[in-house]
Design a protein around this ligand. Structure first.
Ligand code: NAD
Ligand code: UGA
Length: 463
């Protein structure tokens, strides 16, 4: 099948960048990204390319190049479904907040809505691609809905999980380690796989395009995130032991990372991992294992989350303890609120939980993040429902300048590893702070020796 029209349902952190790259690399394919969220679509269509809803280095230029040529953002979901040969489902799959599986299972209501919408609209055969991260065997449910509620056209369901990381999405999409496509072993299934392989072949080398059965592909995505998160929890667990023993976690990470079997990546000790996916996907994995009665498997992976929660709590506790066991009415400056650098995404950011713990201790938090608005900071805190919105608003403020955020502070906590933090005038910051001036570097990015020479009391993670 020659693909000329693609539709993607969901214009979020995955749908937007992924489709922008497909449009850029496949000028012969018309790509339409649709979303129910009219505000988000309007932002993608904003004449000023800097106003697109997602901050990703390099993305706005690519959108500007392709938008209106063969890349379109629209709220007309039905029209885009009707016209496309391939429909990507890239909607959110958050952890359930109600009912069976609450707090663990993936909430598939948005996925089901998409399947029902596709079934209702499709008048010719379609390839439906799971781009969202889904529990293993979701394709079965999608197929059942499509086949039982559709207009008797044929559907092929592929799993094509996305492995991009935020902050490096453009590079990850342009040079992926691999593209994974799972499909049905039947001749029709293989034909569908081939159609999608051809799309990616416009810029990805054939040996990097892996094809599997649907279940392997679905499960590989959860597995990849579980392994990545496990590495962070492993290094963070050892960071606590380093703090007790005089070993230095950065040195330990370098020493083990040079073993080619272990490898150097993803061994940075931190205040804890955040982001919309690691926790959600592991909880989902744990839930699936439990649903098959595999309790040891479930417990094994759950420990990754337990350790991460512990790391975030430990960081907040350390601040309180070091500041003479009280932070009441003390200004604590937060450098960074995003869950990692080079993104404006704050979902599950460690900063939210550390701030919440410190506000429980009556601290005054002053945030500086180069890409996160105060509105988002407040929304994140309110979402925890720990106290009233008014109390949150009184306890936390945001600043446009890091120097203003740090002025008169008793301590600075580094929550995100933004590059610019390293290059500040730290003498100027020191001079404006209460003394002793403490720095809690939750990312181990600052120069400990230089800060101590200035007069700071510096504490990193794992040393
Ligand atoms: P997101 O919340 O940023 O975007 C999802 C979008 O889907 C929203 O804009 C929402 O309005 C829209 N939507 C929901 N239901 C809809 C419907 N029925 N019709 C039309 N639009 C609808 O989410 P995201 O971060 O892009 O993640 C999407 C999926 O990709 C998730 O399953 C996630 O686990 C997975 N994933 C995310 C990342 C990442 O870095 N964020 C990476 C890999 C995989
Ligand atoms: C992660 C995976 O890296 C992607 O492959 C995957 O597609 C994506 O999840 C997803 O499914 O959503 P992302 O969450 O965007 O990507 O960013 P990461 O770079 O993985 O960082 C996640 C968190 O771990 C961040 O808070 C980061 O600061 C933290 N981290 C990362 C560490 O604390 N130490 C490290 O060594 C690496």
């Amino acid at each position: 099948m020659k693909i000329t029209k693609i539709c993607c349902i969901g214009a979020g952190y995955v749908g937007g960048p992924t489709m922008a790259i497909i449009a850029q690399k496949c000028p012969h394919i018309q790509v339409t990204v649709v979303d129910l969220n009219a505000e988000r679509i309007a932002a993608w269509n904003d004449e000023d390319q800097n106003n697109i809803p997602i901050y990703e280095p390099g993305l706005s230029d690519i959108v500007a190049e392709a938008r209106g040529r063969n890349l379109f953002f629209s709220t007309d979901v039905d029209k885009a479904i009707d016209e496309a040969q391939i429909i990507f489902i890239s909607v959110n799959t958050p952890t359930k907040t109600y009912g069976k599986g609450k707090g663990m299972a993936a909430d598939l209501k948005y996925i089901e809505l998409c399947a029902r919408q596709i079934a209702k609209i499709a008048k010719d055969d379609k390839i439906v691609v799971e781009k969202s991260t889904l529990p293993v065997r979701t394709a079965e449910a999608i197929k059942s809905i499509l086949d039982n509620t559709g207009n008797h056209v044929k559907f092929q369901i592929l799993s094509n999980p996305e492995f991009l990381a935020e902050g490096t999405a453009v590079q990850d999409l342009l040079n992926p380690d691999r593209i994974l496509i799972g499909g049905d072993p039947s001749a029709e299934g293989q034909e569908a796989i081939q159609a999608l392989v051809e799309v990616y072949s416009n810029w990805v080398a054939p040996e990097k395009i892996l094809t599997t059965n649907v279940w392997s592909s679905e499960l590989s995505k959860l597995t990849a995130n579980a392994f990545l998160a496990q590495r962070i929890s492993s290094i963070n667990a050892l960071s606590e032991l380093c703090e007790k023993t005089g070993a230095d976690i950065n040195e330990v990470a370098r020493a083990i990372g040079t073993d080619s079997r272990i490898g150097p990546k993803f061994l940075k000790a931190s205040v804890g991992f955040g982001g919309s996916c690691f926790q959600k996907d592991i909880l989902n994995l744990v839930y699936i294992a439990k649903s098959y009665g595999l309790n040891e498997v479930a417990d094994y992976w759950e420990q990754v989350i337990i350790m991460n929660d512990h790391q975030k709590k430990r960081f907040a506790n350390k601040i309180v303890q070091t500041l003479y066991n009280t932070v009441s009415d003390k200004k604590i400056a937060f450098l960074g609120w995003a869950f990692k650098k080079d993104t404006n995404d704050t979902r599950e950011s460690a900063a939210i939980y550390v701030a919440n713990d410190l506000i429980n201790e009556h601290a005054q938090i002053a945030v500086y993040d180069p890409k996160v608005s105060h509105k988002k900071v407040l929304n994140d805190l309110d979402y925890l429902e720990s106290r009233t919105a008014e109390k949150n608003a009184n306890a936390i403020s945001s600043f446009d300048s890091p120097y203003e955020a740090c002025k008169d502070a008793h301590a600075i906590a580094v929550l995100t590893e933004w590059d610019e933090f390293v290059h500040y005038d730290w003498q100027k910051i020191y001079d404006s702070m209460q003394k002793p001036a403490f720095v809690f570097d939750g990312r181990n990015i600052l120069d400990k020796k230089a800060l101590e020479t200035i007069g700071f009391v510096y504490q990193g993670i794992g040393s």
